[in-house]
Design a protein around this ligand. Sequence first.
Ligand code: SAM
Length: 218
Amino acid sequence: MCEAVLRESIVGRARAQGLVDIRTRNIRDYTLDKHKRVDDAPYGGGYGMVMQAQPIADCFRSLCDEWKCRPPLIYLSPQGKVLTQKKVNELAQLPALALLCGHYEGVDERVLEALVDEEISVGDYVLTGGELPALVLTDSIARLLPGVLPAQDAYSQESHYNGLLEHPQYTRPAVWEDRTVPEVLLNGNHAKQEAWRLEQSLEVTKRKRPDLLFLKKK
Ligand code: SAM
């Protein structure tokens, strides 16, 4: 599931060029169970199945051996802190990261105690597995790595990077179904265009996400 996405588009090209090294593992390959099971019923009863500790721990330890380092292990979980651009920027500075995708009812709590450094959520809702959240996190980090996008401006002026949303964007034609492009973008005055972008950025943030503009009282 992850490989199908990770070989496409910008991240796929970055991998092919050696700008980012992303390796996926199937937990099932690490189980000692002869039927290749990686889950079992929860102690104390309850709905669903829980991923067992042994295959996860053996998978992570084999990755550490392969990489000759012990990267921080992040568990994608609806119980984690919700991902923000600030967090993505921090994670993009790290030399390596390992991501754990849960399934079913989640993973045995002892894995979290023994191995997981941090839980990250992609939002306050529940998905069927950690793969999509892991892909979201991977994509958001990969695009910040040197050489992946053509220039730093390609991401540093985008929404959330500096706490604001981005200004509106337009492309050809200059008139579409009687709707015109703002005059300032057509006249080639760079200083005025820069001022317009900042003004619009503030306006869009105020209109769409006023919570980003004001510090909340404790
Ligand atoms: N029983 C868990 C609970 O109530 O907290 C939810 C398990 S969920 C059905 C299965 C897996 O999907 C989780 O272990 C996690 O890896 C992933 N997942 C689901 N929602 C997520 C979210 N919002 N952010 C990150 N991962 C999520």
